[in-house]
Design a protein around this ligand. Sequence first.
Ligand SMILES: Nc1ncnc2c1ncn2[C@@H]1O[C@H](COP(=O)(O)OP(=O)(O)OP(=O)(O)O)[C@@H](O)[C@H]1O
Ligand SMILES: [Mg+2]
Length: 342
Amino acid sequence: MSIILGIESTAHTFGIGIVKNGKILSNIKSSFTTEKGGLIPLEVAKHHRENKERIYFESLEKAGISEEKIDAIAFSQGPGLAPCLLEGIKFAKEISLKLKKPIIPVNHCVAHLEIGQITGARDPVMLYASGANTQVIAYASGKYRVFGETLDIGVGNFIDTFARYAGIGFPGGPAIEKLSLTGKTLIELPYTIKGMDCAFSGILTNLKQKLESGSPRDDSDEPSGEPNYKLSDLAYSMQEVVFAMLVETAERALAHTGKNELLLGGGVACNSRLQEMCKIMCDERGAKFFVPSNDLLTDNGSMIAYLGEILFKNRDFILAKDIDKVDIAPRQRTDDVEIKYK
Ligand SMILES: Nc1ncnc2c1ncn2[C@@H]1O[C@H](COP(=O)(O)OP(=O)(O)OP(=O)(O)O)[C@@H](O)[C@H]1O
Ligand SMILES: [Mg+2]
Protein backbone atom coordinates (compact mmCIF):
# COMPACT_ATOMS: atom_id res chain seq x y z
CA MET A 1 0.00 0.00 0.00
CA SER A 2 1.39 3.42 -0.88
CA ILE A 3 0.30 7.03 -0.79
CA ILE A 4 1.95 9.26 -3.40
CA LEU A 5 1.73 13.02 -3.70
CA GLY A 6 2.14 14.49 -7.20
CA ILE A 7 3.15 18.04 -8.10
CA GLU A 8 2.36 19.54 -11.51
CA SER A 9 3.92 22.86 -12.54
CA THR A 10 5.03 22.57 -16.19
CA ALA A 11 3.07 25.54 -17.51
CA HIS A 12 -0.11 27.46 -16.55
CA THR A 13 -1.28 25.11 -13.79
CA PHE A 14 0.06 24.42 -10.31
CA GLY A 15 -1.62 21.27 -9.08
CA ILE A 16 -1.19 18.76 -6.28
CA GLY A 17 -2.89 15.39 -6.32
CA ILE A 18 -2.75 12.45 -3.96
CA VAL A 19 -3.13 8.85 -5.10
CA LYS A 20 -3.43 5.68 -3.03
CA ASN A 21 -3.33 2.31 -4.74
CA GLY A 22 -4.37 3.72 -8.11
CA LYS A 23 -7.24 5.70 -6.59
CA ILE A 24 -7.30 9.49 -6.72
CA LEU A 25 -7.87 10.89 -3.23
CA SER A 26 -7.51 14.55 -4.20
CA ASN A 27 -6.77 16.71 -7.22
CA ILE A 28 -6.43 20.40 -6.34
CA LYS A 29 -5.12 23.01 -8.74
CA SER A 30 -4.90 26.67 -9.58
CA SER A 31 -4.47 27.82 -13.17
CA PHE A 32 -3.04 31.09 -14.43
CA THR A 33 -5.43 32.83 -16.82
CA THR A 34 -5.56 36.21 -18.57
CA GLU A 35 -8.34 38.46 -19.85
CA LYS A 36 -6.18 39.46 -22.79
CA GLY A 37 -2.75 38.32 -23.98
CA GLY A 38 -0.85 35.10 -23.38
CA LEU A 39 1.44 33.53 -20.79
CA ILE A 40 4.57 35.24 -19.49
CA PRO A 41 6.65 32.46 -17.87
CA LEU A 42 7.98 34.55 -14.95
CA GLU A 43 4.48 35.74 -14.09
CA VAL A 44 3.20 32.17 -14.21
CA ALA A 45 6.05 31.04 -11.94
CA LYS A 46 5.04 33.78 -9.47
CA HIS A 47 1.47 32.44 -9.55
CA HIS A 48 2.81 28.96 -8.68
CA ARG A 49 4.96 30.33 -5.84
CA GLU A 50 2.04 32.22 -4.35
CA ASN A 51 -0.37 29.29 -4.50
CA LYS A 52 1.73 26.21 -3.71
CA GLU A 53 1.33 26.12 0.09
CA ARG A 54 -2.43 26.61 -0.07
CA ILE A 55 -2.83 23.91 -2.72
CA TYR A 56 -0.63 21.52 -0.72
CA PHE A 57 -2.71 21.82 2.44
CA GLU A 58 -6.03 21.78 0.56
CA SER A 59 -4.96 18.63 -1.21
CA LEU A 60 -4.01 16.91 2.06
CA GLU A 61 -7.29 18.01 3.61
CA LYS A 62 -9.36 16.77 0.66
CA ALA A 63 -7.53 13.43 0.77
CA GLY A 64 -8.15 13.24 4.51
CA ILE A 65 -4.54 12.42 5.37
CA SER A 66 -1.74 14.05 7.34
CA GLU A 67 1.52 14.75 5.54
CA GLU A 68 3.41 12.06 7.50
CA LYS A 69 1.34 9.45 5.66
CA ILE A 70 2.90 10.35 2.30
CA ASP A 71 5.32 7.68 1.05
CA ALA A 72 6.91 9.65 -1.80
CA ILE A 73 6.66 12.93 -3.70
CA ALA A 74 6.35 12.77 -7.48
CA PHE A 75 6.83 15.91 -9.57
CA SER A 76 6.78 16.94 -13.23
CA GLN A 77 10.41 17.01 -14.32
CA GLY A 78 9.62 18.12 -17.88
CA PRO A 79 8.91 19.06 -20.58
CA GLY A 80 7.77 22.55 -19.71
CA LEU A 81 8.69 26.16 -19.03
CA ALA A 82 11.88 26.28 -16.95
CA PRO A 83 10.75 28.96 -14.43
CA CYS A 84 7.54 27.00 -13.78
CA LEU A 85 9.31 23.63 -13.51
CA LEU A 86 11.76 25.15 -11.00
CA GLU A 87 8.88 26.08 -8.67
CA GLY A 88 7.67 22.47 -8.78
CA ILE A 89 11.03 20.82 -8.16
CA LYS A 90 11.92 23.26 -5.35
CA PHE A 91 8.67 22.49 -3.58
CA ALA A 92 9.08 18.72 -4.13
CA LYS A 93 12.57 18.82 -2.62
CA GLU A 94 11.37 20.91 0.31
CA ILE A 95 8.66 18.37 1.18
CA SER A 96 11.03 15.46 0.58
CA LEU A 97 13.59 16.85 3.02
CA LYS A 98 10.96 17.76 5.58
CA LEU A 99 9.26 14.34 5.54
CA LYS A 100 12.46 12.37 4.71
CA LYS A 101 10.65 10.66 1.87
CA PRO A 102 11.93 9.89 -1.67
CA ILE A 103 11.16 11.97 -4.71
CA ILE A 104 10.08 10.64 -8.09
CA PRO A 105 10.79 12.64 -11.27
CA VAL A 106 7.95 12.13 -13.75
CA ASN A 107 7.65 12.92 -17.46
CA HIS A 108 4.57 15.12 -17.87
CA CYS A 109 3.56 13.64 -21.26
CA VAL A 110 3.83 10.03 -20.06
CA ALA A 111 1.66 11.04 -17.08
CA HIS A 112 -1.03 12.38 -19.47
CA LEU A 113 -0.86 8.94 -21.09
CA GLU A 114 -0.83 6.65 -18.05
CA ILE A 115 -3.79 8.38 -16.37
CA GLY A 116 -5.79 6.93 -19.28
CA GLN A 117 -5.63 3.56 -17.50
CA ILE A 118 -8.28 4.93 -15.16
CA THR A 119 -10.73 4.83 -18.08
CA GLY A 120 -9.92 1.17 -18.80
CA ALA A 121 -7.54 1.68 -21.74
CA ARG A 122 -4.88 -1.07 -21.72
CA ASP A 123 -2.70 -0.75 -24.82
CA PRO A 124 -3.95 2.30 -26.67
CA VAL A 125 -2.79 4.61 -29.37
CA MET A 126 -2.93 7.96 -27.66
CA LEU A 127 -3.86 11.17 -29.40
CA TYR A 128 -2.15 13.65 -27.12
CA ALA A 129 -3.54 17.08 -27.92
CA SER A 130 -2.42 19.66 -25.40
CA GLY A 131 -1.08 23.19 -25.28
CA ALA A 132 2.55 22.57 -26.11
CA ASN A 133 2.30 19.04 -27.53
CA THR A 134 0.50 17.27 -30.32
CA GLN A 135 1.55 13.67 -30.78
CA VAL A 136 0.21 10.24 -31.67
CA ILE A 137 1.92 7.84 -29.31
CA ALA A 138 1.88 4.10 -28.70
CA TYR A 139 3.93 1.69 -26.64
CA ALA A 140 6.45 -0.54 -28.42
CA SER A 141 9.58 -2.27 -27.05
CA GLY A 142 10.38 -0.37 -23.87
CA LYS A 143 9.30 3.14 -24.86
CA TYR A 144 6.30 5.20 -25.81
CA ARG A 145 7.05 5.78 -29.48
CA VAL A 146 5.95 8.94 -31.22
CA PHE A 147 4.36 7.86 -34.51
CA GLY A 148 3.41 11.34 -35.56
CA GLU A 149 3.56 14.84 -34.17
CA THR A 150 3.26 18.51 -34.93
CA LEU A 151 6.04 19.86 -37.09
CA ASP A 152 5.70 23.32 -35.58
CA ILE A 153 3.46 24.34 -32.67
CA GLY A 154 1.15 22.36 -30.38
CA VAL A 155 -2.54 22.40 -31.30
CA GLY A 156 -3.54 24.07 -27.99
CA ASN A 157 -0.96 26.84 -28.44
CA PHE A 158 -2.24 27.23 -32.00
CA ILE A 159 -5.85 27.63 -30.81
CA ASP A 160 -4.76 29.98 -28.01
CA THR A 161 -2.84 32.16 -30.49
CA PHE A 162 -5.80 32.28 -32.87
CA ALA A 163 -7.96 33.31 -29.90
CA ARG A 164 -5.41 35.96 -28.90
CA TYR A 165 -5.54 37.45 -32.43
CA ALA A 166 -9.31 37.61 -31.99
CA GLY A 167 -8.91 39.50 -28.68
CA ILE A 168 -9.67 36.52 -26.42
CA GLY A 169 -7.50 35.84 -23.32
CA PHE A 170 -5.81 32.64 -22.12
CA PRO A 171 -6.84 29.83 -22.39
CA GLY A 172 -8.54 30.38 -25.72
CA GLY A 173 -9.69 26.79 -26.34
CA PRO A 174 -12.89 26.78 -24.26
CA ALA A 175 -13.99 30.21 -25.62
CA ILE A 176 -13.33 29.15 -29.22
CA GLU A 177 -15.32 25.95 -28.66
CA LYS A 178 -18.25 28.01 -27.39
CA LEU A 179 -18.07 30.34 -30.40
CA SER A 180 -17.86 27.40 -32.80
CA LEU A 181 -21.29 26.20 -31.70
CA THR A 182 -22.92 29.21 -33.39
CA GLY A 183 -20.79 28.99 -36.56
CA LYS A 184 -22.74 27.92 -39.63
CA THR A 185 -20.55 28.38 -42.69
CA LEU A 186 -17.59 26.10 -43.34
CA ILE A 187 -14.75 28.31 -44.58
CA GLU A 188 -11.98 26.63 -46.52
CA LEU A 189 -8.67 26.48 -44.64
CA PRO A 190 -5.36 24.78 -45.42
CA TYR A 191 -5.26 21.11 -44.42
CA THR A 192 -1.70 20.17 -43.53
CA ILE A 193 -0.75 16.64 -42.69
CA LYS A 194 2.27 14.69 -43.87
CA GLY A 195 1.85 11.01 -43.06
CA MET A 196 1.24 11.01 -39.32
CA ASP A 197 2.70 14.49 -38.77
CA CYS A 198 0.77 17.74 -38.94
CA ALA A 199 1.51 21.46 -39.02
CA PHE A 200 -0.47 24.46 -37.82
CA SER A 201 1.50 27.64 -38.51
CA GLY A 202 0.22 27.98 -42.10
CA ILE A 203 -3.38 27.66 -40.92
CA LEU A 204 -2.66 30.22 -38.20
CA THR A 205 -1.35 32.73 -40.75
CA ASN A 206 -4.38 32.08 -42.95
CA LEU A 207 -6.76 32.62 -40.02
CA LYS A 208 -4.90 35.78 -39.01
CA GLN A 209 -5.27 37.16 -42.54
CA LYS A 210 -8.96 36.34 -42.49
CA LEU A 211 -9.39 38.05 -39.11
CA GLU A 212 -7.59 41.12 -40.40
CA SER A 213 -9.52 41.21 -43.67
CA GLY A 214 -12.20 43.29 -41.97
CA SER A 215 -13.31 43.72 -38.40
CA PRO A 216 -14.97 40.43 -37.50
CA ARG A 217 -18.63 40.90 -36.79
CA ASP A 218 -20.41 39.48 -33.82
CA ASP A 219 -23.20 37.10 -34.66
CA SER A 220 -25.73 39.80 -35.56
CA ASP A 221 -26.63 39.73 -39.21
CA GLU A 222 -25.74 43.40 -39.66
CA PRO A 223 -24.01 43.83 -43.00
CA SER A 224 -20.66 45.51 -42.32
CA GLY A 225 -19.97 46.60 -45.88
CA GLU A 226 -16.47 45.13 -45.55
CA PRO A 227 -15.26 41.77 -46.79
CA ASN A 228 -15.00 39.83 -43.56
CA TYR A 229 -15.67 36.60 -41.75
CA LYS A 230 -17.73 35.92 -38.69
CA LEU A 231 -15.53 34.86 -35.80
CA SER A 232 -17.99 32.06 -35.03
CA ASP A 233 -17.62 30.70 -38.59
CA LEU A 234 -13.84 30.87 -38.34
CA ALA A 235 -13.92 29.10 -34.96
CA TYR A 236 -16.23 26.42 -36.34
CA SER A 237 -14.19 25.92 -39.52
CA MET A 238 -10.90 25.87 -37.63
CA GLN A 239 -12.20 23.09 -35.38
CA GLU A 240 -13.62 21.04 -38.26
CA VAL A 241 -10.41 21.22 -40.29
CA VAL A 242 -7.82 20.93 -37.54
CA PHE A 243 -9.59 18.16 -35.63
CA ALA A 244 -10.08 16.22 -38.90
CA MET A 245 -6.29 16.40 -39.32
CA LEU A 246 -5.73 15.05 -35.81
CA VAL A 247 -8.26 12.26 -36.24
CA GLU A 248 -6.69 11.26 -39.55
CA THR A 249 -3.23 10.91 -37.97
CA ALA A 250 -4.71 8.91 -35.09
CA GLU A 251 -6.51 6.58 -37.49
CA ARG A 252 -3.33 6.05 -39.47
CA ALA A 253 -1.47 5.17 -36.26
CA LEU A 254 -4.19 2.67 -35.32
CA ALA A 255 -3.93 1.05 -38.75
CA HIS A 256 -0.12 1.03 -38.63
CA THR A 257 0.24 -0.44 -35.13
CA GLY A 258 -2.73 -2.81 -35.38
CA LYS A 259 -3.94 -1.61 -31.97
CA ASN A 260 -7.66 -1.30 -31.35
CA GLU A 261 -7.94 1.31 -28.59
CA LEU A 262 -7.77 5.07 -28.96
CA LEU A 263 -7.13 7.20 -25.90
CA LEU A 264 -7.55 10.94 -26.02
CA GLY A 265 -5.43 13.09 -23.70
CA GLY A 266 -4.24 16.64 -23.04
CA GLY A 267 -6.26 19.81 -22.53
CA VAL A 268 -7.58 20.12 -26.10
CA ALA A 269 -9.18 16.71 -25.58
CA CYS A 270 -11.77 18.51 -23.39
CA ASN A 271 -13.29 19.70 -26.67
CA SER A 272 -16.62 17.93 -27.30
CA ARG A 273 -16.33 18.13 -31.08
CA LEU A 274 -12.87 16.50 -31.05
CA GLN A 275 -14.22 13.76 -28.78
CA GLU A 276 -17.18 13.25 -31.10
CA MET A 277 -15.00 13.01 -34.21
CA CYS A 278 -12.69 10.48 -32.53
CA LYS A 279 -15.70 8.42 -31.45
CA ILE A 280 -17.09 8.35 -35.00
CA MET A 281 -13.73 7.21 -36.42
CA CYS A 282 -13.38 4.50 -33.76
CA ASP A 283 -16.94 3.24 -34.29
CA GLU A 284 -16.33 3.05 -38.03
CA ARG A 285 -13.24 0.89 -37.62
CA GLY A 286 -14.43 -1.15 -34.64
CA ALA A 287 -11.93 0.33 -32.18
CA LYS A 288 -12.65 1.25 -28.56
CA PHE A 289 -12.54 4.91 -27.60
CA PHE A 290 -11.46 6.21 -24.18
CA VAL A 291 -11.36 9.72 -22.79
CA PRO A 292 -10.70 10.71 -19.15
CA SER A 293 -12.80 13.38 -17.39
CA ASN A 294 -11.87 17.03 -18.01
CA ASP A 295 -10.16 17.49 -14.63
CA LEU A 296 -7.72 14.72 -15.62
CA LEU A 297 -7.23 15.99 -19.20
CA THR A 298 -5.87 19.44 -18.49
CA ASP A 299 -2.70 19.61 -16.41
CA ASN A 300 -3.20 18.25 -12.91
CA GLY A 301 -1.24 16.84 -9.98
CA SER A 302 -3.14 13.57 -9.69
CA MET A 303 -1.83 12.26 -13.03
CA ILE A 304 1.70 12.98 -11.74
CA ALA A 305 0.91 11.10 -8.52
CA TYR A 306 -0.67 8.26 -10.52
CA LEU A 307 2.45 7.70 -12.64
CA GLY A 308 4.56 8.38 -9.53
CA GLU A 309 2.90 5.42 -7.82
CA ILE A 310 3.62 3.11 -10.77
CA LEU A 311 7.30 4.14 -10.60
CA PHE A 312 7.38 3.88 -6.80
CA LYS A 313 6.07 0.31 -6.93
CA ASN A 314 8.81 -0.40 -9.47
CA ARG A 315 11.34 1.01 -6.95
CA ASP A 316 12.18 3.80 -9.37
CA PHE A 317 12.69 6.73 -7.00
CA ILE A 318 15.42 8.91 -5.49
CA LEU A 319 16.09 8.93 -1.76
CA ALA A 320 15.90 12.26 0.08
CA LYS A 321 19.67 12.14 0.73
CA ASP A 322 20.37 12.09 -3.03
CA ILE A 323 18.00 14.83 -4.17
CA ASP A 324 20.78 17.23 -5.12
CA LYS A 325 21.40 14.98 -8.13
CA VAL A 326 17.90 15.65 -9.51
CA ASP A 327 17.19 18.52 -11.88
CA ILE A 328 14.42 19.70 -14.19
CA ALA A 329 14.33 18.58 -17.85
CA PRO A 330 12.53 21.34 -19.81
CA ARG A 331 12.95 19.62 -23.20
CA GLN A 332 12.54 15.97 -22.26
CA ARG A 333 10.61 14.09 -24.96
CA THR A 334 8.08 11.31 -24.53
CA ASP A 335 10.35 8.93 -26.47
CA ASP A 336 13.42 9.82 -24.34
CA VAL A 337 11.87 8.06 -21.37
CA GLU A 338 12.67 4.41 -20.75
CA ILE A 339 9.57 2.57 -19.58
CA LYS A 340 10.87 -0.03 -17.13
CA TYR A 341 7.55 -0.98 -15.54
CA LYS A 342 5.90 -2.61 -18.55
N1 LIG B 1 -12.66 22.87 -24.77
C1 LIG B 1 -11.46 23.06 -25.29
N2 LIG B 1 -11.29 23.10 -26.64
C2 LIG B 1 -10.06 23.28 -27.19
N3 LIG B 1 -8.96 23.46 -26.45
C3 LIG B 1 -9.08 23.45 -25.12
C4 LIG B 1 -10.31 23.24 -24.47
N4 LIG B 1 -10.09 23.26 -23.13
C5 LIG B 1 -8.78 23.49 -22.95
N5 LIG B 1 -8.15 23.60 -24.15
C6 LIG B 1 -6.74 23.91 -24.41
O1 LIG B 1 -5.92 22.98 -23.72
C7 LIG B 1 -4.63 23.58 -23.52
C8 LIG B 1 -4.11 23.26 -22.15
O2 LIG B 1 -3.93 21.87 -22.08
P1 LIG B 1 -2.89 21.19 -21.09
O3 LIG B 1 -3.20 21.72 -19.73
O4 LIG B 1 -2.87 19.73 -21.24
O5 LIG B 1 -1.63 21.74 -21.85
P2 LIG B 1 -0.23 22.29 -21.54
O6 LIG B 1 0.24 21.87 -20.23
O7 LIG B 1 -0.27 23.72 -21.89
O8 LIG B 1 0.66 21.53 -22.59
P3 LIG B 1 1.52 20.21 -22.37
O9 LIG B 1 0.67 19.19 -21.70
O10 LIG B 1 1.87 19.86 -23.73
O11 LIG B 1 2.68 20.61 -21.53
C9 LIG B 1 -4.79 25.06 -23.79
O12 LIG B 1 -4.17 25.35 -25.02
C10 LIG B 1 -6.30 25.25 -23.88
O13 LIG B 1 -6.73 26.28 -24.74
MG1 LIG C 1 -0.22 19.11 -20.12
